[in-house]
Design a protein around this ligand. Structure first.
Ligand code: ZN
Ligand code: ZN
Length: 335
């Protein structure tokens, strides 16, 4: 089959690899769509430590079952449409046994540490598959994984009706976070240095938008969410929460980044700072939110490219020109 292959950091090509087969408890899917996210850029650049090379990346995906391995649950039939939680938790380490599989000591994920879905076919554990309603297309199905990350983030920070949130970063994740917070009864002020990204936040119901936190003129929020991973943005988010406020570190900062936060303020203002790492028991909820229209997907799905253009899709993602860039690995065959 054809697949996007990262042979080693910086070396990306589309070529032939052996077809996957369905191992014990596995399904093989014909991939309908697979989204690119920041992690894929890190994998391409050699900046995601768990990734072994060569690898076929791709962890945000949906597809049609074409092969069923032995011992897979009987509910699955060839032809069923599914979206897939890429998490591969070991189940037996300390974090897994205490219900924190996303912090697994032996963490793996389809597309991050084992071959993923920027390919015509992908093998996945059947227990990770969720039935995709007929009302959702492949692109919406592939968006469920980032939604599930946002669901986990919202669960970590918490939201109450009437709260005022500051969200920094109006990319795909920021706009998903915005929608979920609003659904929880909060109002959202969105900040992004790229003014071109702000009209979508307004269209999705943001209370206010701005390109610079300095323009918030000392306004204090009940909680702030950083969706950028940029140290200066995290500091601005920290400085914008009220006494007793909360800060969620949701964006992925470089591993060696440092921020300058006042411990006196954390103490004196009783601030709460929390992190949110990937997905934890949030995939099914995310699929429901997409299926029932609670999350608007159309404004986020800006680009869909064929598999042959995977390197171009990566560069499009890197440029920040669009929002969610996806690859349709079987679109060329389907014409
Ligand atoms: Zn991702
Ligand atoms: Zn584990």
């Amino acid at each position: 089959m054809r697949a996007a292959i990262v042979d080693k950091p910086g070396s990306i090509r589309v070529g032939e690899v052996p077809d996957p087969t369905a191992g014990d408890g596995q399904l093989v899917l014909r991939v309908g769509a697979c989204g690119i996210c920041g992690t894929d850029l890190h994998i391409a650049d050699g900046e995601f430590p768990p990734t072994p090379y060569p690898i076929v990346p791709g962890h945000e995906f949906a597809g049609e079952i074409v092969e069923i391995g032995k011992n897979a649950p009987a509910e699955w039939q060839v032809g069923d449409r599914v979206a897939v939680d890429p998490s591969l938790f070991c189940g037996h380490c300390g974090p897994c046994r205490s219900g924190h599989g996303n912090l697994c000591a032996n963490w793996n994920a389809t597309g991050d540490t084992v071959d993923g879905a920027f390919a015509e076919y992908v093998a996945v554990p059947a227990v990770n598959a969720y039935r995709l309603p007929d009302s959702l297309n492949w692109q919406q199905g592939a968006l469920v994984e980032p939604v599930s990350c946002a669901v986990h983030g919202v669960r970590r920070i918490g939201v109450e009706a009437g709260e005022r949130f500051l969200v920094i970063g109006a990319g795909t994740m920021g706009l998903l976070m915005q929608q979920l917070l609003q659904r929880g009864g909060a109002s959202v002020t969105m900040v992004d240095r790229n003014a071109a990204r702000l009209p979508r936040a307004t269209q999705l119901g943001a209370d206010a938008v701005t390109t610079d936190t300095a323009q918030l003129s000392g306004e204090r929020f009940d909680a702030a969410v950083d969706c950028t991973g940029v140290p200066s943005a995290i500091e601005a988010a920290f400085n914008s929460v009220r006494r007793g406020g909360r800060l969620l570190i949701f964006g992925v900062a470089p591993g060696d980044a440092q921020v300058n936060l006042s411990p006196f303020r954390i103490y004196n203002d009783e601030l709460t700072i929390v992190g949110s790492m990937a997905v934890l028991n949030s995939y099914g909820a995310a699929l429901d939110l997409v299926a029932n229209g609670a999350v608007e997907t159309a404004p986020l799905l800006t680009d869909a490219l064929p598999l042959s253009e995977y390197p171009k899709a990566l560069e499009l993602m890197r440029s920040g020109a669009g929002l969610k860039v996806q690859v349709l690995p079987n679109a060329e065959q389907e014409g």
